[in-house]
Ligand binder design. Structure first.
Ligand code: C5P
Length: 407
């Protein structure tokens, strides 16, 4: 019997979960910083960042999917397991391909391309349109939230994803939750509520002059950054309520999209095993391109008389190193998220992201001099305890039936 997929002697499941926790912590910080470290009106376009993220993720997924093709079996490309089997490994494909098979050129061999396109444009590919649209909406909302909430508050409030994921898992996958899991969900809501109350009391401003100390003063929240090279003297107003609304909607779309993607990934039609993860990821990115392009197309045109060139120029204006770093981190996270959903599930994903609260909280204390308030510590502790209880083996759901049709 084959064991679980391993990398460097460690289960891929654990590697992907730990990587996701670190990535999440880093993303929250870099996204927030990339939004607040510029003067108002000089911020890069979130819509362009989301589009670039999808283009990058899609390109990487296509390359990995192409590498995993086993052309020997390409006679039945619509049955992707034959073409893309989880069991196929580098050694198998080396044996089936000439020695040049590892070169970049062999990746675009017509046989490989045909096999890939047949697998990607399979009759059930339309199913990916639902999570694709939801993820694009979520990714855009994330920028709104990151621009209007401080790092730690955003991170904690975003844990409501566990609640929405549980809700959609029960509703769509007919998962059953034990009493302790439901209790931990209530705890989670209370914890998030406490953190939320302390920062919605007044609009906040984030400010990053070279030597300003962080403080909460008459409802104004000033942030200091010591990251060199991106400091400015402008003061930027954040709207916590707008941020919370964005986070709440992002949690809804995250839960729905994650559960839907898990269902598509793990369900099989007939006797055939489910298609390869990287084919599904390619389909997801392709379907994401249309909704990701819409806000860019409807955005106001660029400089007078410059037509499409002006439009492209304005879409990419203010795209500095921080913005590029944010996009790369998000792309990496998308790929890791897919691995986590494939090798664990959405619930374990929630555990990884709540671990990232601690990481990014400690980092934001150091980087942004975030003040440690009693409400924040209490709320965060409740969120972490709830996550622990939710994931502890004793609170495992009695049964899980994932056979219910979502599609
Ligand atoms: O917050 P959450 O964990 O739901 O975020 C999921 C993120 O992972 C989204 O940004 C989404 O675009 C990305 N993702 C992906 N490919 C998948 C699944 C999720 O890029 N297969």
């Amino acid at each position: 019997k084959e064991g679980p997929p391993m990398l460097w002697g460690i289960e891929l499941k654990w590697i992907s979960l730990i990587t996701l926790a670190l990535q999440n912590a880093f993303l929250t910080i870099i996204m927030h910083y990339s939004r607040i470290s510029t003067a108002p009106g000089k911020t890069y376009s979130a819509a362009t960042a989301v589009l670039l993220n999808e283009l990058l993720k899609g390109s990487i997924s296509i390359i990995i999917a192409l590498k995993r093709i086993d052309t020997n079996m390409s006679k039945s490309p619509i049955q992707p397991p034959a073409v893309y089997s989880e069991k196929s490994n580098a050694k198998d494909s080396d044996r089936r391909f000439p020695s040049s098979s590892s070169s970049a050129f062999s990746l675009i061999h017509p046989t490989r391309l045909t096999a890939l396109s047949k697998a990607v444009f399979s009759p059930d590919c339309y199913k990916l349109s639902v999570p694709a649209i939801l993820y694009v909406i979520q990714n855009n909302l994330q920028y709104v939230a990151a621009s209007n909430l401080d790092v730690a508050t955003f991170q904690v409030t975003y844990q409501m994803k566990i609640l929405t994921t549980a809700f959609f898992s029960v509703l769509m996958l007919r998962k059953r939750l034990s009493k302790s899991k439901w209790a931990s969900l209530v705890m989670l809501a209370i914890g998030v509520g406490i953190v939320q109350m302390q920062s919605t009391s007044a609009p906040a401003t984030s400010h990053s002059p070279p030597s300003t100390t962080s403080k909460i003063n008459h409802g104004e929240h000033q942030l200091r950054s010591e990251i060199p090279g991106a400091l400015h003297e402008e003061t930027r107003v954040m709207h916590p309520l707008k941020g919370f609304l964005a986070v709440t909607l992002a949690c809804m779309t995250s839960g729905l999209a994650g559960v839907y993607f898990e269902f598509i990934l793990k369900s099989s039609s007939g006797n055939a095993p489910p298609p390869d993860l990287w084919v599904r990821n390619t389909q997801l990115s392709l379907f994401s391109l249309v909704p990701a392009l819409v806000p860019i197309i409807v955005a106001p045109a660029g400089p007078e008389g410059m037509g499409y060139v002006g439009r492209v120029m304005s879409a990419f204006s203010n795209f500095n190193g921080w913005a590029i770093g944010t996009v790369l981190t998000q792309t990496f996270g998308g790929l890791i998220t897919a691995l986590v959903i494939r090798y664990s599930d959405n619930i374990m994903k929630g555990f990884a992201t709540s671990l990232s609260i601690v990481i990014s909280f400690l980092a934001s204390v150091a980087l942004f001099s975030y003040p440690i308030t009693l409400a924040f510590v209490t709320g965060s502790s409740i969120v972490l305890a709830a996550t622990y209880i939710y994931n502890s083996p004793s609170s495992s759901p009695p049964t899980t039936r994932t056979t219910v049709a979502v599609a």
